[in-house]
Design a protein around this ligand. Structure first.
Ligand code: CFM
Ligand code: HCA
Length: 533
């Protein structure tokens, strides 16, 4: 309740308390719209799970594009720590055109920092073209590059002229924003300016041609979603960017509908595609069985074709027949349990439905770096006050394409549909959370421990940085970033994998053997010497 929350916050200095208070809500539907503060700077000295703009740009959005080489310009650490750690899987028909297993970096040394790294970067591009012959190249800047003022855009332009392939630079220095989120925006702008729409296709290659935006194929999620979509009869032109490719992306303009899975990381491209080509976007969620079914039905409704609607229902029925018996034993294990669901952006929301279907209630949820619209719904966007940090990355000015802009469905039908399905709209996480549950933005280490102590969840879901806090308290944890090396968790079959993994963590006898270190050992060991005087 409010009092307990106050007690937790009282441990902070007054100024910190004032700030943190705005980032925490107790859901109360009688209170009207509840405002939360988000996408603002983390207080220095407080440990949270956030990453940097480079992580959001190269690690999240650009990194999964498989037929391109992604050069990290900077000292080796940033490249090393973004080397496949996110588990964005990819397969290529031509094995020579999948470069994801490589870690490519200029490995800047002290002399490069002192004398500049542009020449080294130019040489590296020459080497990459010669050795790998990729379809395109990206260059992502890490912090020191911006500080010393290397002009990576000019290096990219000259290399493009020299080699005749698409080579683009992203000034996504880690400090460009308050979190990964800034990097998403930089990457979205770059892809829209330099790649999407550069292909020659003028007509959709199939009757129901779609793109999937904000799906990164973590643990193979996108393959599971695509399996079902293909069976229904959809043609997936491009996935942004899981298992994605330069070749597919450049023709993404021909889709008749864009699906948006992760709103946070890709809503910019979704909006720009709508403005430029007239392609509407539909908010979907393929995590959880009910959410998957609803997303499939909404898609069919958008196209409005009887045969497609019928086929959708047939596929749903078939998939359910397959998974329902498999889920039964797991549901028995999970029934009545509670969880925390704290992830970077969209997953803090998306996984609550799947947990709920297994009988697990989410008592606390939140995002590391999402914005107010991901909590409160897109209607608050006009009220979000821009600050110095958010103004750092300007919106691109996009206009309707003179030749390619087409209304995909008549304006009146679009208005009718908007009343029924989330077209160009996301309602955010808060609407679906139960009264009394806690919503926390940019949760920190101290609050994590305090909330666990008070709410005693049966499972804690988050990422690698805080996974071991609950473990030491004897509580299982589930990484919802990399899935603890498991997956896929999306769609129908993914739900079974998730149910299995979560059930395993409940029933493992390991927890009975764990005694938190502070319970059976002194915190300090030593002896007091006799003083001679
Ligand atoms: Fe979107 Fe993502 Fe997420 Fe995200 Fe991420 Fe991720 Fe994530 Mo880790 S794009 S916001 S920046 S759903 S890498 S695949 S798991 S924090 S909740
Ligand atoms: C990132 C990537 C990350 C980190 C996961 C974690 C991912 O933010 O740079 O903290 O466990 O999903 O790999 O979100």
């Amino acid at each position: 309740d409010d009092k307990t929350l106050e007690a937790i916050l009282n441990e902070f200095p007054a100024k910190v308390k004032r700030s943190r208070k705005k980032h925490i809500l107790i859901k109360n539907s009688d209170a009207g719209p509840q405002e939360i503060e988000a996408n603002t700077r983390t207080i220095p000295g407080i440990m949270t799970n956030r990453g940097c703009a480079f992580a959001g740009c190269k690690g999240v959005v650009l990194g999964p594009l498989k037929d391109m080489v992604h050069i990290v310009h900077g000292p080796i650490g940033c490249a090393y720590y973004s080397w496949m750690t996110r588990r964005n899987k990819a397969k290529s028909e031509d094995p020579k055109k999948n470069f994801l297993s490589y870690c490519v970096s200029t490995d800047m040394q002290e002399s490069d920092i002192v004398f500049g790294g542009e020449k080294k970067l130019a040489r590296m591009i020459d080497d990459v073209v010669e050795i790998f012959n990729p379809n395109a190249i990206t260059i992502s800047a890490t912090c020191p590059v911006g500080l010393i003022g290397d002009d990576i855009n000019t290096v990219a332009r000259l290399a493009r002229e020299k080699h005749g392939i698409n080579i683009t630079a992203y000034t996504c220095e880690g400090y460009k924003g308050v979190s990964q989120s800034a990097g998403h925006h930089i990457a979205n702008n770059g892809l829209m300016e330099n790649i999407i729409g550069q292909g020659e296709l003028e007509e959709p290659p199939a009757k129901y041609t779609i793109n999937i935006l904000g799906e990164y194929n973590i643990g193979g999620d996108s393959w599971e979603v695509e399996r079902v979509l293909k069976e229904i009869g959809y043609h997936v032109q491009a996935v942004m960017t899981g298992n994605g490719s330069y070749e597919d992306l450049k023709n993404a303009h021909i889709a008749q509908l864009n699906l948006v899975q992760c709103h946070r990381s890709i809503n910019y491209i979704a909006s720009m595609l709508e403005t430029k080509y007239g392609t509407p976007w539909l908010k979907v969620n393929f995590i959880g069985i009910r959410a998957t079914i609803e997303s499939l039905r909404n898609m069919a409704q958008y196209f409005g074709d009887e045969a497609l609607i019928k086929k959708t229902e047939e596929v749903i029925e078939k998939e359910l027949m397959e998974i329902e018996p498999q889920l039964e034993p797991y549901k028995k294990i999970c029934q009545g349990k509670t969880t925390f669901c704290f992830v970077g952006g969209s997953r803090g929301h998306h996984y609550q439905g799947l947990y709920g279907e297994l009988g697990i209630k989410t008592v606390l949820a939140g995002y590391e770096f999402a914005h107010r619209d991901d909590y409160e719904g897109r209607e608050v966007i006009p009220n979000i006050k821009p600050d110095a940090d958010s103004k750092n990355i300007p919106d691109l000015h996009v206009l309707p394409d003179e030749n390619r802009y087409r209304l995909k469905i008549p304006a009146e039908r679009m208005e009718e549909l908007k009343k029924k399905i989330p077209l160009s709209y996301y309602a955010g996480m808060n609407t679906t959370m139960q009264d009394g549950s806690i919503i926390v933005d940019d949760l920190n280490h101290y609050e994590t421990e305090e909330f666990i102590r008070i709410l005693k969840p049966d499972i804690f879901s988050s990422g690698i940085k805080d996974k071991y806090i609950p473990h030491k308290m004897g509580i299982p944890s589930k990484q919802l970033h990399n899935y603890d090396y498991s997956g896929p968790y999306a769609g129908f079959r993914g739900a079974v994998n998730f149910a299995r993994d979560v059930s395993m963590s409940f029933i493992t006898p390991a927890w009975n053997f764990i005694v938190p270190p502070w319970k059976d050992k002194p915190l300090l060991e030593g002896s007091i010497e006799q003083c001679s005087e």
